[in-house]
Design a binder for this molecule. Structure first.
Ligand code: FAD
Length: 493
C-alpha cells in the first residue's frame, strides 16, 4: 500500500488502532511519552510486589480476540482469561456484604438477603439493560458519529430507551432496597461518571457483563500489553517510547508535521490520536483554534480524579475478594462533593484490587499485593495534593485496618500512590481526570469528541475521550470506529 500512519499514545486505544492500521497495510509508528507502552494499563513492580496501574476488570474479551485474529492468531494461545467469582464483593458501611455473582441465580440469592421482592426488579433491570445494549453497544459502539444527521436518526431510539434518565434514576425505577440501589448504580464510576448524572445508556454494562462475563487475565492486564507488544513487533509496527508530541503543524487542512521533544516527523498519510482530545485541541493544535464538535474544553464536564494507593502486605488477607467495592454511608452527596463541589471530603468509598486472590505471581510467597482506588476531585478542585496525599493514604489504611483488613497498619509495606497531579503529568490528562471527559448525555455519541476531525482531513481519534468512551471495551471499540472510517475512505469492504 505504501502509506504511513502515526499513532500518538499507546493506551489500549492506541495499540488497537496501530494493529488495525497495520493489517490495512499502513506502515505504522506509535509514539509514547512514557518509557513503556500501555498508558493507564502500565505495570509497577517493587520488591516482589507487582501492580497493574489501571484497568483490572476484563469484560467483552472478544475485542482482544479480534486483535490476535487480525494476524491469524488465537488470543487463547497467548493470554489466559479466568472467570471470577464473585465478580465484585460490596462491603457496606455497617459491615453487611453483597456478592455480585457470575450467575443470575447466585446473584438472586444475594439480593434476597436484602429484599426478596427486588429479585423481580433485577430481572426487569437486566431486560432493560439488554434493550439498551442491543442499540448502544451492538448498533452504535463501533460506528462513527461524525454526522449530526446520524445523531438525529438515533434520537427516537434513545428516547424510547429513556436515555434522558440517569443510571441511578433507571436503577431506582426497578430496585427498592437502598443497598441494592447503590450496588447496581456504581457502573458509571468505572468509566468516569457520577451515576446521578451519567446517561442511562451506560446501564448497558449490566447486560454486557452478563453476556460475556467478568475476567482477570493471568499475569494481569500488563500481560495483555506485553503480548500485544510482541504482536506489534512481529508485524513490524515501529514503537517509539520516551517521546512526547508537543505540536502539530497543519497545512492545507492536513497535519503535515509532528513536532516531538526529540525530532520532527514528516512524511506520513494520517495521524491517530490516542492522547486526550481536550489536550490535543487546546494545546497541540492551539494556534489553529479549530471548531470542536460541540463545546470548547473549558465548558466540558471532566471525569473525577483518582487517588490510587498501591501497597503490599506481609501476610495474606484471604477474606478479601479479588474485586471489593468498599462503600461509606453517603453516596449521592459524596459524589456531588467529588464531581460538582470538587472538595476532598473526610469520608470516601473505595475499589480494592487484590490480584493475589487469583494469581500468586503478584506478590512474594505468603503475601498479598493491593491497589485501592479512591475517587477524588480532579485538578479543577483546589486541593494541595502534595500535602493531602499522605493524609489520605493514612486515612485509607486506617479505615481498612478497622474493617476488612485487620492490622493493615502493621502488615502494610512498599506503599506508593498516584494522585490527579500524576495523571496530568504522566498521561497528559486534562485536569488530571481519571477517564477524560465525563459520560453525560451531552458528551456522548455525536456530542463526544469525534473519531475524525471535521476540518483536518488526516486526523483521527481512538481514545477514551472520543466516541464511544472510556473503559477497555470503549477504547477498543474506538479503534474499530476509526478503522471503519478509514476503510470507507479507502473504499475497502
Ligand atoms: C485506576 C484505573 C482503573 C481502571 N479500571 C478499569 C477496569 O477495571 N476495566 C476497564 O475496562 N477500564 C478501567 N479503567 C479505564 C481504562 O483503563 C481507560 O479508559 C483506558 O485504558 C484508556 O485507554 P486509552 O486508549 O484512552 O489510553 P490511555 O491508557 O489513557 O493512554 C494514553 C497514552 O497516551 C500517552 N500520551 C498522551 N499525550 C501524549 C503525547 N503528547 N505524546 C506522546 N504520548 C502521549 C499517555 O502517556 C498514555 O500513555 C481504569 C482506569 C484507571 C485509571
Amino acid at each position: 500500500m505504501n502509506k504511513k500512519a502515526v499513532v500518538i499514545g499507546s493506551g489500549f486505544g492506541g495499540i488497537a488502532i496501530s494493529l488495525r492500521l497495520r493489517k490495512l497495510g499502513y506502515e505504522t509508528t506509535i509514539i509514547e511519552k512514557l518509557n513503556e507502552i500501555g498508558g493507564r494499563a502500565r505495570v509497577f513492580e517493587i520488591n516482589g510486589y507487582k501492580h497493574d496501574a489501571g484497568p483490572t476488570v476484563i469484560t467483552a474479551p472478544f475485542l482482544f480476540d479480534e486483535l490476535f485474529e487480525l494476524f491469524n492468531k488465537k488470543r487463547q494461545d497467548y493470554l489466559k482469561f479466568v472467570p471470577l467469582e464473585p465478580w465484585y464483593r460490596y462491603y457496606f458501611h455497617d459491615g453487611r456484604t453483597f456478592d455480585y455473582c457470575s450467575t443470575i441465580d447466585k446473584t438472586n440469592q444475594q439480593i434476597s438477603k436484602y429484599d426478596k421482592s427486588d429479585i423481580d426488579g433485577y430481572k426487569k433491570l437486566l431486560n432493560q439493560s439488554k434493550k439498551i445494549f442491543d442499540v448502544g453497544f451492538t448498533k452504535l459502539s463501533d460506528k462513527p458519529f461524525i454526522s449530526f444527521f446520524k445523531m438525529i436518526k438515533v434520537i427516537p431510539n434513545l428516547i424510547f430507551l429513556q436515555s434522558y434518565l440517569t443510571v441511578s434514576q433507571l436503577v431506582n425505577k426497578y430496585l427498592k432496597n437502598p443497598y441494592l440501589r447503590k450496588a447496581f448504580s456504581i457502573h458509571p464510576l468505572l468509566v468516569g461518571g457520577d451515576p446521578h448524572t451519567t446517561t442511562s445508556i451506560y446501564a448497558l454494562i449490566h447486560y454486557l457483563e452478563r453476556k460475556w462475563g467478568v475476567f482477570f487475565c493471568m499475569g494481569g492486564t500488563g500481560k495483555i500489553v506485553s503480548e500485544l507488544k510482541k504482536l506489534m513487533i512481529n508485524c513490524n509496527i515501529e514503537i517509539k517510547t520516551n517521546t512526547e508530541v508537543k505540536e502539530f503543524i497543519v497545512e492545507n487542512n492536513k497535519i503535515s508535521k509532528i513536532i516531538t521533544d526529540k525530532e520532527e516527523i514528516t512524511n506520513f498519510d494520517l495521524v491517530v490520536c490516542n492522547a486526550d482530545p481536550p489536550v490535543v485541541y487546546s494545546k497541540l493544535l492551539k494556534k489553529y483554534n479549530l471548531k470542536r464538535p460541540f463545546k470548547k474544553e473549558k465548558n466540558l464536564l471532566y471525569s473525577m480524579g483518582l487517588f490510587v494507593l498501591f501497597f503490599g502486605t506481609k501476610k495474606k488477607y484471604n477474606d478479601v475478594a479479588h474485586h471489593t467495592i468498599w462503600m461509606t454511608e453517603r453516596f449521592k452527596s459524596l459524589l456531588h462533593d467529588i464531581f460538582r463541589k470538587k472538595i476532598l471530603s473526610k469520608d470516601f468509598s473505595l475499589y480494592i484490587h487484590r490480584p493475589t486472590a487469583t494469581d500468586k505471581s503478584f506478590a512474594p510467597e505468603g503475601c498479598d499485593s493491593f491497589y485501592v482506588l479512591c475517587p477524588v476531585p480532579n485538578l479543577q478542585g483546589n486541593i494541595n495534593w502534595d500535602k493531602e496525599s499522605e493524609i489520605l493514604k493514612d486515612r485509607i489504611i486506617s479505615e481498612l485496618s478497622n474493617t476488612i483488613m485487620p492490622d493493615l497498619e502493621k502488615t502494610v509495606t512498599d506503599v506508593f500512590w498516584m494522585n490527579p497531579n500524576d495523571f496530568n503529568k504522566d498521561y497528559n490528562s486534562m485536569h488530571g481526570s481519571g477517564f477524560s471527559i465525563a459520560p453525560i448525555f451531552t458528551q456522548s455519541a455525536w456530542f463526544r469528541y469525534h473519531n475524525k476531525d471535521k476540518k483536518i482531513k488526516n486526523l483521527y481519534f481512538s481514545t477514551a475521550g472520543a466516541h464511544p468512551g472510556a473503559g477497555i471495551p470503549g477504547v477498543l471499540s474506538s479503534a474499530k470506529v476509526v478503522e471503519n472510517i478509514i476503510k470507507k475512505e479507502l473504499n475497502i469492504k
